[in-house]
Structure formats: structure tokens, C-alpha cells
Design a protein around this ligand. Structure first.
Ligand code: ZN
Length: 343
């Protein structure tokens, strides 16, 4: 559920794990379908919600990924992509997110309608610039390479990200980890790293701690998406700490994908108490019908983290953000320096 309780909403926040393709408003999907003559199961927002939102825990991660079908087919042009990005930034501003990283998978998002990657990036950059000015925030961009799109797609995405290094901060290897072996992706990801891009990898989401250990050894990532199953092996926890890797955790997402059996069992607090640099994020705010405020609420009210613990997670996210130092400093001075007095 979207949450706007001032207790969480008033906190100037950092979010570092959010997929643009999982953040399209239902009404926007309908508007796009009308404009481009796309077929939808319904053109009524509350009806369509039943098809594009995951409200209850599903069988597994793959089942949740399948819910993205309509989202993928909605990305029909650079102008549409710009609109989607702008609306996501608006939604960030409404919940007082001041430092924000958005990620998307160009090959996955654009291949259906054969949309031009560079033109979409230009649209995204226009939305970013406008939002940074209008909402006084700083925004960073991460390019995803989706495991399911294959090794060639990974090479193509990394090449593209390197070419746009001035605008793209990092690459992320995402998508179901169980179905696709990591070894196919090691070479291109390490090439991105050599070229000066940062690296974050989705791992340990629905896979055991051994995957997290292998990921750290294979990719030397700066951050890890999820990584929650590292809690099952202290060797993984120690390795994460030793390498200074920050975890981008998304509690409600982990529950809905059945990566944890119930929300009360989420290991966020345990990892935090063990000294892991955990951060709290929304993953796919529209598909999963959540926002960062709601994730903070879960951390506090369900998992028993104190508001000071949560403030520290917020700080971890700020510190781990890939956004350029000058932009971070500006936002820090204005909103984060004295948390009790944001202005
Ligand atoms: Zn994710």
C-alpha cells in the first residue's frame, strides 16, 4: 500500500533501487494504449489494476516477473518513456525522496516496439533535468542488463552504457538468477567496471547465500540488489562486510515474490544488527503497490527497527549512491545535514 504518514513522509529520503518499468501508473498505461491502439484487458483503471498489480504473495519471483508483461508493452516511444520517467520523479517528490537512482533495462524495455535507445535516454534526461529543478532533487541512472535477454544482450547493453558514461552511472545484472548462469555475464560486466562504471548485481533474492558469495567473487560489485539470503550463511555476511558491499533491500517485494515466507520473517533487521550496510527501497512501486514510506513503515512497525536504525539505513543509501559527488553534496547540505531540521 502507498503510505504518506508524515512520520515517514517528512524524512528526506534516498532511494537506490527502483525499476522504471515497474513504476508506470495504471492511468498512464491506459492513456498510452488509447493513443497507440494497444489491447488491454480493461480500460478502466480500477479494473486494470487487477491485471497490473501484485497485491498478494505469489508462488515465486518468476510469477511476479510475468506480471510485467503489460508494462513492457506500454513502452512505445521515446515520448512515452519520458512521460513515465517524469511521473515517477513526481511520485518520488511526493514522498520527499531527494536523492534517487532509477534503473531500466533498455533491451527488455525497448525491443518490443523497436524503440530507439538513444532517443529514450534523451527523453529520460529531459525528465531528470526538469525534475531536479522543479523538485530540488538529484537523480542518477543505472542501465540494467536482464539475464533473460541473454549474453549477447549483455554485451550490447554494456557497450551502450559505456558509450553514455557521462549520463549512466552503473550497470546492473537483473532478472531471475536461478534460470541463467552467472558465468555468461562476467566478462561484459567486468568490462563495464574497467570502463569506470559502477556495478550492482541482483543476487540472493530467491537464491541461497552461496550465490551471493559467488557474485562477490565473480563480479566484485559495489552494491548488491536484495542479497537477503546471505543471512543463512555467516561466511556470506562476513564477506559482504569485508568488501564493504551495500545491500539494496526491498522488503515488500521480497514478500510478494515469496523470497521470504512471511513479512515478519524478513531478515532486514538481522542483517542490520550484524553490521551489514542495508538500505530500504521500493523495487517496483506501481507493480507492487508500495513506496519507500511503506517500506520504512514495514521496517519500523513490522520488523521492529527503531527510527534511528532507519535513519542510518537512509544514510547508508546516501553514502552508497553512485550519483556524482557535487550533486550529492548539494543535496546533503540542504536536506540531510541536520535530519531533525530538513530546511
Ligand atoms: Zn530489482
Amino acid at each position: 500500500m502507498k503510505n504518506f504518514d508524515p512520520k515517514y513522509n517528512d524524512i528526506p529520503k534516498t532511494e537506490i533501487h527502483c525499476h522504471l518499468e515497474g513504476a508506470i501508473r495504471t492511468q498512464t498505461i491506459i492513456d498510452i494504449a488509447r493513443e497507440y491502439n494497444l489491447k488491454l484487458p480493461s480500460y478502466d483503471a480500477s479494473e486494470l489494476d487487477k491485471h497490473v498489480k501484485v497485491y498478494e504473495q505469489l508462488q515465486d519471483l518468476q510469477a511476479v516477473l510475468e506480471a510485467f508483461d503489460i508494462f513492457q508493452h506500454s513502452i512505445t516511444s521515446p515520448a512515452v518513456f519520458e512521460r513515465i520517467a517524469w511521473e515517477l520523479f513526481e511520485d518520488c517528490a511526493k514522498q520527499n525522496i531527494k536523492l534517487f537512482e532509477v534503473r531500466f533495462s533498455p533491451d527488455w524495455a525497448f525491443h518490443g516496439h523497436n524503440v530507439d535507445w538513444d532517443a529514450c535516454l534523451d527523453g529520460l534526461l529531459r525528465a531528470k533535468e526538469r525534475a531536479e529543478k522543479e523538485f530540488d532533487m538529484a537523480i542518477g541512472i543505472i542501465a540494467i542488463t536482464s539475464r533473460g535477454m541473454g549474453a549477447e544482450s549483455c554485451v550490447k547493453t554494456v557497450d551502450w552504457a559505456i558509450r553514455h558514461k557521462g549520463h549512466i552511472l552503473a550497470v546492473d545484472l537483473a532478472d531471475g538468477e536461478l534460470l541463467y548462469p552467472a558465468k555468461d555475464f562476467v566478462k561484459p560486466i567486468l568490462r563495464a567496471k574497467d570502463a569506470g562504471l559502477k556495478v550492482t548485481i541482483h543476487t540472493g533474492e530467491d537464491t541461497p547465500a552461496s550465490y551471493v558469495i559467488d557474485t562477490i567473487h565473480n563480479f566484485q560489485p559495489d552494491r548488491i540488489g536484495h542479497g537477503i539470503h546471505s543471512i543463512e550463511d555467516m561466511k556470506a555476511v562476513e564477506l559482504i562486510k569485508e568488501k564493504g558491499v551495500t545491500l539494496e533491500v526491498n522488503p515488500w517485494s521480497n514478500y510478494l515474490t515469496n523470497s521470504i515466507p512471511k513479512i515478519e520473517a524478513h531478515p532486514l533487521k538481522k542483517l542490520f544488527d550484524l553490521g551489514v550496510r542495508v538500505t530500504i527501497n521500493s523495487d517496483d512501486p506501481e507493480v507492487l503497490e508500495t513506496n519507500v514510506n511503506n517500506e520504512y513503515r514495514i521496517a519500523h512497525e513490522v520488523l521492529g527497527m527503531s527510527m534511528d536504525d532507519i535513519a542510518l539505513c537512509n544514510r547508508f543509501a546516501f553514502e552508497a549512491s553512485f550519483i556524482e559527488a557535487a550533486a550529492k553534496q548539494r543535496i546533503w547540505d540542504r536536506y540531510f545535514k541536520e535530519p531533525s531540521n530538513p530546511n
